[in-house]
Design a protein around this ligand. Structure first.
Ligand code: ATR
Length: 275
């Protein structure tokens, strides 16, 4: 490995990213002489930034909004998750070639595996939203063998597009179908931006949801979203979105620094203290 390997997270804007805190914690934990920092890059400068990565001493990094699709087209080789999801969030070099991966689906599954072992035995899911985050979640569920996936979205055409992309016949619905779709779902996932601080609340009536359903939200600011609060008040099992953020960071760290880090309670508390 290079002396003092250096990795980055880039987005526009990037100041709210928790990634430097997460990777900084792991670097200290392993006692590694490496660094990880946020670099703000405007969209028109992104391609130049990527082409100069090695010259600038970077071993790789993370890419976030609005660069994930551009990163997808700039890397020499991609993993199957990135290809299926259509976006790259992690970059690293392998034999001098820039590789692109998408770790969101991994993070989603690893978080639920850690919190609720056996959660995927009943393979029926209700996914709220049909944007980029939903693509990663639907890909993850397909990968895990889910056979019954229902996608609900305000714009039904987008849900249909997603269902077609992943071969889910009859899987696209509008919000009006929700009461019916809740029945029988073993997993309910919010992938919309609703419930996030500053956005509209996700108002959802969970009457009719199975009593053993697991409810999860990819939103993590606030940690307890209106959806998770509603689920808890009905006695349903919940998983918040912070765990997915922490777990999706693991493969990148391993690529850049050669060690596989753990998502510890201490790390979670460190990030929570910063929120
Ligand atoms: P991301 O990449 O984070 O998933 P996105 O592609 O903008 O972001 O998708 C946001 C999701 O939140 C979409 O499913 C969007 O619904 P539409 O496809 O109909 O736009 C959903 N969303 C955002 N604001 C919403 C609102 N006020 N009501 C219902 N759904 C909303």
């Amino acid at each position: 490995m290079a002396d003092h390997p250096s990795a980055f997270v880039t987005g526009y804007p990037i100041r709210h990213s928790r990634s430097p805190l997460i990777h900084g914690y792991w670097l200290r934990q392993f006692g590694l002489d490496g660094s990880y920092r946020a670099v703000e890059v405007a969209p028109d400068a992104f391609e130049g930034f990527i082409r100069a990565l090695q010259d600038n001493g970077f071993v790789g990094g993370n890419v976030t909004i609005p660069h994930k699709e551009m990163a997808f087209s700039l890397c020499g080789k991609r993993d199957s998750a990135a290809d299926e999801i259509g976006a790259v969030n992690t970059l690293w070099f392998e034999n001098g070639i820039l590789r692109g991966g998408n770790t969101d689906a991994y993070g989603f599954l690893a978080n639920l595996d850690a919190l609720s072992p056996g959660w995927s035995e009943r393979r029926s899911a209700l996914v709220l939203g049909a944007g980029g985050a939903s693509r990663a979640v639907v890909f993850a569920l397909k990968q895990r063998g889910f056979t019954d996936i229902r996608i609900v979205n305000r714009t039904v055409a987008r849900a249909q597009e997603l269902a077609d992309r992943f071969g889910i016949a009859g899987g696209a619905h509008g919000w009006d179908a929700l009461p019916e779709l809740l029945k029988g779902a073993s997993l309910i996932v919010n992938t919309t931006s609703l419930g996030m601080s500053g956005k509209d609340e996700l108002v959802i009536d969970l009457t009719g949801a199975d009593s053993d359903a697991l409810v999860t939200d990819i939103v993590y600011v606030p940690l307890e979203t209106p959806l998770l609060r509603a689920a808890r008040s009905r006695g349903l099992q919940t998983a918040d979105g912070l765990g997915m953020l922490l777990h999706q960071a693991v493969p990148g760290f391993e690529h850049w620094f050669g060690k596989r880090p753990d998502v510890t309670a201490e790390l979670r508390n460190l990030v929570l203290a910063d929120m």
